[in-house]
Ligand binder design. Structure first.
Ligand SMILES: Cc1cc2nc3c(=O)[nH]c(=O)nc-3n(C[C@H](O)[C@H](O)[C@H](O)COP(=O)(O)O)c2cc1C
Length: 190
């Protein structure tokens, strides 16, 4: 297999740290990342972690403006392993569920779906309304992985980073990428 290439979307939900850590880890694993960040996410990145968009873009191999619908990732002919949206807002999740591809993140997810590629969404929202749950069920039935940002506690996390790495590790598990981001149940040590 040639270069491993993945699209990473960061939408405007709390928990942008999941997307940031994912980009960092993928870079260490030599996975080529193609990043698209929504406008709402840009603001949350600034308020939650104090990063400006140009600083976030530096973590990716390639980045695109969210309104650039002629970017390579808008086409199924651009081959990728799939896409991860971390974190995924309920608005973006609804847009994907209904094929409403009004920005590049939504279009790239729509492409992943139509091409039968891996699509992993990481919602953070809580509690969830019946609208959110129905949208998630619709997507799960289409083969989308709904991977809530719900860290476990059996690996005895001590820091926020440990909690974030658990969720990022679960994303990598779904992508079939090996890692040592969290201690698995039954493993004494890393
Ligand atoms: C500080 C902050 C935190 C937010 N957290 C969430 C969240 O966790 N989940 C969510 O669905 N929306 C959240 N929102 C609302 C979304 O940002 C809003 O619905 C936005 O339109 C989403 O746009 P996007 O999906 O294009 O990024 C939050 C908004 C702000 C300002």
């Amino acid at each position: 297999m040639g270069v491993q290439r993945l699209i990473v979307g960061i939408s405007g939900a709390s928990g942008c740290v999941y997307g940031l850590r994912l980009l960092e880890v993928l870079r260490n694993l030599n996975v080529e990342t193609h990043l698209v960040v929504t406008r709402a996410a840009e603001k949350i990145l600034e308020s939650e972690v104090g990063l400006e968009i140009w600083e976030v873009r530096k973590l990716a191999s390639q980045w695109y403006e969210v309104d650039d619908l002629s970017a390579p990732i808008a086409s199924g002919s651009f081959s990728t392993m799939g896409m991860v949206v971390a974190p995924c807002s309920m608005k973006t999740l609804a847009g994907i569920a209904y094929g409403y591809s009004e920005n590049l993140l939504l279009r790239a997810a729509d492409v992943a779906l139509k091409e039968g590629r891996r699509l992993i969404l990481v919602p953070r929202e809580t509690p969830l309304s019946s609208i959110h749950l129905e949208n998630m069920l619709k997507l799960a039935r289409m083969g989308v992985v709904i991977l809530p940002a719900s860290p476990a506690y059996y690996h005895k996390p001590k820091t926020i980073e440990d909690l974030v790495d658990y969720v990022v590790g679960k994303i990598l598990d779904c992508l079939g990428l090996e890692h040592k981001l969290y201690r698995r149940w039954g493993e004494d040590k890393f």
